[in-house]
Design a protein. Sequence first.
Length: 80
Amino acid sequence: MSKGKTINADDSRVNVVLRLVGVIVFVLGVIMTYETFANAGGDVLQPPLVPVLYLCSGMLVVAGFVALVAKYKPSGGPTE
Protein backbone atom coordinates (compact mmCIF):
# COMPACT_ATOMS: atom_id res chain seq x y z
CA MET A 1 0.00 0.00 0.00
CA SER A 2 1.31 3.46 -0.79
CA LYS A 3 2.32 5.66 2.08
CA GLY A 4 0.79 8.96 0.95
CA LYS A 5 -1.00 11.73 2.72
CA THR A 6 -4.69 11.44 3.37
CA ILE A 7 -6.88 14.41 2.64
CA ASN A 8 -8.62 15.91 5.63
CA ALA A 9 -11.81 17.63 4.50
CA ASP A 10 -11.83 20.11 7.39
CA ASP A 11 -8.27 21.24 6.66
CA SER A 12 -9.07 21.55 2.95
CA ARG A 13 -12.03 23.80 3.73
CA VAL A 14 -9.89 25.97 5.99
CA ASN A 15 -7.28 26.30 3.23
CA VAL A 16 -9.92 27.29 0.70
CA VAL A 17 -11.44 29.88 3.03
CA LEU A 18 -7.99 31.25 3.89
CA ARG A 19 -7.12 31.64 0.21
CA LEU A 20 -10.53 33.15 -0.58
CA VAL A 21 -10.18 35.75 2.16
CA GLY A 22 -6.65 36.46 0.94
CA VAL A 23 -7.88 37.08 -2.61
CA ILE A 24 -10.69 39.34 -1.39
CA VAL A 25 -8.38 41.41 0.82
CA PHE A 26 -5.73 41.63 -1.93
CA VAL A 27 -8.25 42.79 -4.53
CA LEU A 28 -9.74 45.28 -2.06
CA GLY A 29 -6.28 46.74 -1.46
CA VAL A 30 -5.57 47.01 -5.19
CA ILE A 31 -8.92 48.70 -5.82
CA MET A 32 -8.33 51.10 -2.93
CA THR A 33 -4.89 51.96 -4.31
CA TYR A 34 -6.31 52.62 -7.77
CA GLU A 35 -9.17 54.76 -6.45
CA THR A 36 -6.77 56.78 -4.30
CA PHE A 37 -4.46 57.31 -7.28
CA ALA A 38 -7.33 58.26 -9.59
CA ASN A 39 -8.86 60.77 -7.16
CA ALA A 40 -5.68 62.19 -5.58
CA GLY A 41 -5.28 64.90 -8.22
CA GLY A 42 -8.82 66.22 -7.97
CA ASP A 43 -10.70 67.99 -5.25
CA VAL A 44 -12.38 64.77 -4.14
CA LEU A 45 -9.79 63.88 -1.47
CA GLN A 46 -8.15 66.09 1.09
CA PRO A 47 -4.36 66.14 0.43
CA PRO A 48 -3.33 65.08 3.98
CA LEU A 49 -5.57 62.02 3.66
CA VAL A 50 -3.84 60.59 0.57
CA PRO A 51 -0.76 59.08 2.33
CA VAL A 52 -2.99 57.46 4.92
CA LEU A 53 -5.12 55.86 2.21
CA TYR A 54 -1.99 54.62 0.41
CA LEU A 55 -0.71 53.15 3.68
CA CYS A 56 -4.02 51.40 4.38
CA SER A 57 -4.28 50.02 0.86
CA GLY A 58 -0.66 48.86 0.97
CA MET A 59 -1.29 47.03 4.23
CA LEU A 60 -4.34 45.35 2.69
CA VAL A 61 -2.30 44.23 -0.32
CA VAL A 62 0.46 42.80 1.89
CA ALA A 63 -2.02 41.05 4.21
CA GLY A 64 -3.87 39.56 1.24
CA PHE A 65 -0.65 38.33 -0.33
CA VAL A 66 0.48 36.75 2.95
CA ALA A 67 -2.88 35.00 3.25
CA LEU A 68 -2.48 33.67 -0.29
CA VAL A 69 0.94 32.14 0.31
CA ALA A 70 0.44 31.06 3.94
CA LYS A 71 0.48 27.37 4.76
CA TYR A 72 -2.22 26.29 7.17
CA LYS A 73 -1.09 23.91 9.89
CA PRO A 74 -3.84 22.12 11.80
CA SER A 75 -3.72 22.54 15.56
CA GLY A 76 -4.37 18.90 16.42
CA GLY A 77 -2.97 15.60 15.27
CA PRO A 78 0.55 14.37 14.59
CA THR A 79 3.06 16.71 13.04
CA GLU A 80 5.59 15.82 10.39
